[in-house]
Design a protein around this ligand. Structure first.
Ligand SMILES: Nc1nc2c(ncn2[C@@H]2O[C@H](COP(=O)(O)OP(=O)(O)O)[C@@H](O)[C@H]2O)c(=O)[nH]1
Ligand SMILES: [Mg+2]
Length: 264
């Protein structure tokens, strides 16, 4: 790793004007060659092709796996046409089951890294480099892309922002260090984390709880700042009454120490 290399120096080509760039293109491509990009997708037919194309453009050499979570639309066909490997779940397992299917695939196929990217276009694959750099550094087992660490101007609905703040406090307390974006599904995992989550991964609303699970099993989880966009089409699964259920369910689980069905 060329940690002393200056931002914008030759070799830093993937993200122009990258402030945090320390790896050369060659180093990045080596990492991407052993990276499986796991994309959970439920009825994302309108956005999935552009998400896959963008991953292929910005993460050359990475293997793109779309986990089609029992969609009713043409998500699988569009993902395949765009060049992704598609894992079709015959019934809808929810985000946790979909993502864990991707982790199991990556573990069995011997990938060194997983990057998780939503199928709705919220995560910019060109930002993956910041996550992977932190993993290659060896400073973490799991790297979370946070939209609240000073890059970009992401705006969340007021109620969701309050909910996120509450979760931030509880997770930071349970995991012993500060987390600002516990619901972010933009993440990178090393092999240790892939192995853990292939075995133990929360089923419903997994992002928040999985931080505590990782901490419980002694893994290091850190955040890096990323730019995040709004969902391109359709609606988030966490809205209306569901978001209330989400908050109560997660808060109770975290406070009582029962996470992902296991006592912590
Ligand atoms: N809504 C929903 N999304 C799913 C499901 N399974 C996989 N996903 C995918 O998980 C990702 C995150 O879901 P999303 O509703 O955008 O959650 P949010 O980003 O936290 O608002 C998207 O790429 C979805 O397509 C599911 O059962 N329901
Ligand atoms: Mg989303």
């Amino acid at each position: 790793m060329g940690a002393e290399r200056q931002p914008g120096a030759p070799g830093c080509v993937t993200v122009p004007m990258c402030e945090y760039c320390t790896m050369t293109s060659e180093e990045l491509e080596t990492a991407y060659a052993s990276t499986c990009v796991v994309v959970p997708a439920f009825n994302e037919g309108r956005s999935i092709a552009s998400v896959v194309h963008s991953i292929k453009e910005h993460m050359p050499g990475a293997t793109v796996v779309v986990v089609n979570d029992g969609s009713h639309d043409d998500t699988a066909q569009r993902a395949r046409e765009a060049g992704a490997t598609v894992l079709n779940l015959v019934i809808n397992l929810g985000i946790g089951g979909a993502v864990q299917t991707g982790f199991k695939f990556a573990l069995e196929r011997g990938f060194t890294f997983v990057i998780q990217i939503d199928g709705d276009g919220q995560h910019d694959p060109s930002e993956s480099r910041h996550l992977i750099e932190k993993l290659v550094d060896g400073g973490a087992d799991i790297v979370i892309g946070s939209r609240w660490l000073g890059r970009g101007d992401y705006v969340a609905a007021r109620n969701r922002r309050y909910g996120m703040k509450i979760l931030e406090s509880i997770v930071s307390w349970r995991a012993g260090s500060r987390f600002t974006d516990t619901t972010s599904g933009f993440r990178a995992l090393n092999r240790r984390a892939i192995a853990l989550f292939s075995e133990h991964y929360p089923r419903d609303y997994p992002e928040v709880e999985s931080i505590v699970v990782a901490h419980h099993y002694g893994l290091t989880v850190v955040e890096v700042p990323v730019l995040m966009k709004q969902r391109e089409h359709g609606e988030s699964s966490i809205r209306g009454l569901k978001s209330l259920y989400f908050m109560v369910r997660i808060t109770m689980g975290l406070m009582l120490g029962v996470v992902g069905g296991e006592s912590q």
